[in-house]
Design a binder for this molecule. Structure first.
Ligand SMILES: *Cc1c(COP(=O)(O)O)cnc(C)c1O
Length: 356
């Protein structure tokens, strides 16, 4: 059976060779005769997996030997909404409100201190990234969301503020583009959008921003403790970390973030050019803020929806429905999605126009 073209927003497509290797390892990890699912997380084999995953993550972000540590947690990106505040918020934090995930992060942070929403795009259902705003100088940190998965906007540049660490939720575009990752004090990302299966969350933190809050932090929430225990304070999500390692190895073999960025740009241009050209569709977001990962678009005439839906389903496309807060369609084009799949979608859109 031919694999569907998977535009799903998350969990989502990973490289086929990663699926193949992972499925082999469920039976026999590298000739050991044991499954990745049955070995001790303290075994030499798994400690090596964990170390490799942490080291590859730093390497791919260009953050090796720059004072950063890579850690794996459970609980998803949503757990980081509160953990980051737990570890970093003493008096006041600033947040950019650019979508549902940002709003959730703001809600959680309010449990720990004052939160100032520095800028928001809520007035237009989050279809753009706010630009002209002042960053207050008295913040413990400033939090942003690099890619707004639901709405399809992506930050192309990031605010700077001297002595204010920048904390970023990169769940849906980490490892997708070549940017200066050292501008961030802390980056977090749920694995399930560009890195691996759900269950692990990557945190990359600059060590010198930690240890500044006066509250007692429970062990399972404590970044410093997890650094000391090399991400093995308790049983880590072994399978998710393992598959994340395989995906990071695939990324390294494929030329790293700069090579993958070129491919992601080509895929994004292809779909956005068609959205702009095709009179039946319109893009949801401001053009300058369009996401390379999640392209959101709607039909100008909603009555045509069932016909378009039939066409893309017949073309073996999966996961194109938009999130309920936007409606329409969302083509998620994560690292592992091939440009051929985007061609198939664009051809369906052209055929739909011709036959309408
Ligand atoms: C998916 C997503 C989340 C939520 O991730 P969970 O791992 O399900 O908690 C948070 N932020 C962004 C940007 C996302 O895309």
């Amino acid at each position: 059976m031919e694999r569907p073209h998977n535009f799903s927003a998350g969990p989502c497509i990973l490289p086929l060779e990663v699926f193949e290797k992972a499925s082999q390892s469920v039976i026999d990890l590298d000739g050991s005769g044991l499954s990745i699912l049955e070995i001790s997380h303290r075994s030499a084999a798994f400690v090596e997996v964990m170390e490799k995953a942490r080291s590859l993550a730093l390497e791919q972000l260009g953050l090796k030997n720059k004072g950063y540590k890579a850690l794996f947690f459970q609980g998803g990106a949503s757990m980081q909404f509160l953990m980051t505040a737990y570890n970093l918020l003493e008096n006041k934090a600033g947040y950019l409100d650019t979508g549902t995930w940002s709003a959730n992060a703001i809600k959680e942070a309010k449990n720990f201190g004052n939160v100032e929403v520095v800028a928001s795009s809520k007035d237009k259902n989050y279809n753009y990234i706010p630009k002209q705003y002042e960053v207050p100088t008295d913040l413990d940190y400033l939090h942003c969301t690099s890619n707004n998965t639901i709405f399809g906007t992506q930050m192309k540049s990031f605010p700077t503020s001297e002595n204010t660490p920048l904390v970023c939720d990169m769940s849906s575009d980490i490892f997708s583009r070549d940017i200066d990752y050292s501008q961030f004090g802390l980056i977090y990302a749920g694995a399930q959008k560009n890195m691996g299966p759900a269950g692990a969350t990557l945190v990359v933190v600059k060590e010198d921003i930690l240890g500044k809050v006066s509250r007692t932090i429970p062990s399972m929430m404590d970044f410093e403790l997890f650094i000391k225990k090399e991400s093995m304070f308790n049983t880590p999500p072994v399978f998710s970390v393992y598959v994340s390692m395989l995906t990071l190895e695939w990324l390294a073999r494929s030329g790293g973030v700069s090579a993958i960025e070129k491919k992601n740009k080509a895929k994004a241009s292809l779909i956005y050019d068609e959205i702009d050209r095709n009179p039946l569709f319109e893009g949801f977001t401001a053009k300058e803020d369009r996401s390379m990962m999640n392209a959101t678009f709607t039909l100008k005439d909603e009555k045509l929806a069932s016909r378009f839906d039939n066409l893309w389903k017949e073309a073996n496309i999966n996961g194109l429905n938009g999130h309920r807060s936007v409606g329409g369609y969302r083509a998620s084009m994560y690292n592992a999605l091939s440009i051929e799949s985007v061609h198939v979608l664009v051809d369906v859109m052209k055929h739909f126009e011709k036959t309408t």
